[in-house]
Design a protein around this ligand. Structure first.
Ligand SMILES: NC(=O)c1ccc[n+]([C@@H]2O[C@H](COP(=O)([O-])OP(=O)(O)OC[C@H]3O[C@@H](n4cnc5c(N)ncnc54)[C@H](O)[C@@H]3O)[C@@H](O)[C@H]2O)c1
Length: 207
C-alpha cells in the first residue's frame, strides 16, 4: 500500500530543488500532486518528471507572495481534485531551514524569516489541532539544489568546503533526503506529531 494513495498534495515551489523532490516522492506514493510555482522555461520539463509517477499531477502558475493568487490557486486545486489533504509551504521564505534555529553571518533577513516560521508552525499547530490538522516544519541543512548553485556555491570550492564542514556528516544533503522526511510527516506514520520540527541537516544543529 502506498503511503499517500488518493491524497491531494499541494506544493509551492515544486518545480525545483527540494519542492520538486517532494513532488516526485509524493507522486510515487500515489498522491495527486498540484505544484504552484512561478512561470519558467523549465516548468514543463520538471512536470514531466512528476507526471511520470502520477499522470494526474498539475502545474499552476502562482506567485506565492501575492495573496489573491494563492487563494485562486487553492480553489483550483480543490476544484480539480475535490480535496486538499497535505500542503507543503516550500517556496521562497515559506520553506523552513536549520537557520530557523541558529544564526548565520551576513544573512540576517533570511535567518529572521526562518526563525519566524518556527513560531508560525507552533502557533498554527495549536490553532488547528482541534480540527485534526497537523502542522510541522522540516529544517534542512545545506542541500544541493539550484538555490545553492545560483548563489555561486557550486563554483567556489573554498565556500563549498566551508559549508560542507559545517555538517558533521561532511557533505551537503540531497533533496531526496528532505523528501523522505516530508513523506513521513505527510503520512499517517507521523499521526501523533504536530507543532514540531524535524532536522534533516547532517548533524549541523547538534554542535
Ligand atoms: N537548498 C538549501 O540548502 C536549503 C536549506 C534549508 C532550507 N531551504 C529552503 O527550502 C526551500 C526550497 O529551496 P530550494 O533549495 O529547493 O530552492 P530552489 O531555488 O531550487 O527552488 C525554489 C522554487 O521556488 C520557486 N519560487 C520562488 N519564489 C516563488 C514565489 N514567490 N512563488 C512561487 N514559487 C516561487 C522557484 O521558482 C523554484 O522553483 C526554500 O524556502 C529554502 O529557503 C533550502
Amino acid at each position: 500500500m502506498k503511503k499517500l494513495e488518493n491524497k491531494t498534495v499541494f506544493i509551492t515551489g515544486g518545480i525545483s530543488g527540494i519542492g520538486k523532490a517532494c513532488a516526485i516522492a509524493a507522486a510515487k506514493e500515489g498522491a495527486n500532486v498540484a505544484i504552484a510555482d512561478l512561470k519558467s522555461a523549465t516548468n514543463s520539463l520538471a512536470m514531466e518528471d512528476v507526471i511520470k509517477y502520477n499522470p494526474k499531477a498539475i502545474f499552476i502558475e502562482c506567485d506565492v507572495s501575492v495573496f489573491a493568487q494563492v487563494q485562486e490557486t487553492i480553489q483550483r486545486v480543490v476544484g480539480v481534485f475535490g480535496t486538499l489533504d497535505i500542503a507543503l509551504n516550500n517556496a521562497g521564505i515559506g520553506g523552513e531551514s536549520n537557520l530557523g534555529k541558529v544564526g548565520f553571518p551576513n544573512s540576517s533577513n533570511y535567518v529572521a524569516a526562518k526563525h519566524g516560521i518556527i513560531g508560525l508552525t507552533q502557533t498554527a499547530a495549536l490553532e488547528y489541532a482541534q480540527e485534526g490538522i497537523r502542522i510541522n516544519a522540516i529544517c534542512p541543512g545545506f542541500i544541493e539544489t539550484p538555490l545553492l548553485t545560483n548563489a555561486g556555491i557550486a563554483e567556489n570550492t573554498d565556500i563549498q568546503k566551508y559549508i560542507i564542514n559545517l555538517h558533521p556528516l561532511k557533505r551537503l544533503g540531497k533533496s531526496g533526503e528532505v523528501a523522505n522526511g516530508f513523506i513521513f510527516l505527510a503520512s499517517d506514520e507521523s499521526s501523533f506529531i504536530t507543532g514540531t520540527t524535524v532536522d534533516i541537516d547532517g548533524g549541523y544543529l547538534s554542535q
